[in-house]
Design a protein around this ligand. Structure first.
Ligand code: ATP
Length: 191
C-alpha cells in the first residue's frame, strides 16, 4: 500500500485539511491518508484551544464515511511533545511492506528543517509539499516534490476566532464538526 501521513493539531479539523488530503491522495495514487493527530504540537506547546480528546472526536466524525481518510492515534499514546520522526519510525516498523509519503502544507514545509531529526525523515518517507493560499512553497533538499492542491483559504486559527466572536463556521468545517463544537461550546474564550 501507498500510505500518506498528514499530521496536524486539527484544532479543529476543517475543510482545508480534508480537501487537500483527498486531492493529494488522488494526485499521488495513495491508498490511504492517515490524519495524524498531534497530542502536543511542539511549536504550539500549551496553546491548543481544545483538548486532544475533543480534537480526536472531531477528526473521527469528520472522516466517518470517508473511504481514504483514516484517523491515526499513535501520537496520543506517547507522552510529551509529538514528533513526526517517532511516528514515522513506529509506522515503518509496523508496515515494512508499505510505502510512506509525508504530506506537508506549505507552512509546515517551511518549518521542516527545524523538526527533530529532520534529516532522517527522507529515509523513512517521501516528502511532498502541498500548496496553501498565502504561503510560498519552499524548496529545500528535504522535500522531494511539491504538488498543487485546490486552494482553500481556511485555517483553524480563523475558525477559533470566529467561534470566539459567536460567528458561523458552517461553510468551513463538516456539519458534524460544527455540531460538536456548538454542543461542547468549544473555542468560546478565544485562543
Ligand atoms: P492553526 O491555524 O491552528 O495553525 P492550521 O489550520 O494550520 O492550524 P494544522 O492542524 O496546524 O491546521 O495543519 C495541519 C496540516 O494541514 C499542516 O501541514 C498545514 O500546512 C495543513 N493545512 C492546514 N490548513 C490548510 C489549508 N487551508 N490548505 C492547505 N494546507 C493546509
Amino acid at each position: 500500500m501507498r500510505i500518506g501521513l498528514f499530521g496536524g493539531s486539527f484544532d479543529p479539523v476543517h475543510n482545508g485539511h480534508l480537501i487537500v488530503a483527498r486531492a493529494a491522495a488522488e494526485r499521488l495514487a495513495l491508498d490511504q491518508v492517515r490524519l495524524v493527530l498531534a497530542r502536543q504540537q511542539p511549536f504550539k506547546a500549551g496553546r491548543h484551544g481544545a483538548t486532544a480528546e475533543d480534537r480526536l472526536m472531531m477528526l473521527r466524525v469528520a472522516v466517518r464515511d470517508d473511504p481514504i481518510l483514516v484517523v491515526d492515534e499513535c501520537e496520543l499514546h506517547r507522552s510529551g511533545a509529538s514528533y513526526t520522526i517517532d511516528t514515522l519510525r513506529e509506522l515503518h516498523a509496523e508496515r515494512l511492506q508499505d510505502e510512506l509519503v509525508l504530506l506537508l502544507g506549505a507552512d509546515a514545509a517551511h518549518d521542516l528543517p527545524t523538526w527533530k531529526e529532520a534529516e532522517a525523515i527522507p529515509r523513512l518517507a517521501a516528502v511532498v509539499a502541498l500548496t496553501r493560499p498565502g504561503v510560498v512553497v519552499p524548496e529545500h533538499p528535504l522535500i522531494d516534490e511539491a504538488i498543487g492542491v485546490p486552494p482553500v483559504d481556511v485555517s483553524a486559527t480563523g475558525i477559533r476566532a470566529r467561534c470566539a466572536r459567536g460567528e458561523s463556521i458552517t461553510d468551513l468545517v463538516p456539519a458534524a464538526v460544527a455540531r460538536y463544537i456548538a454542543e461542547r461550546r468549544l473555542y468560546r474564550e478565544g485562543v
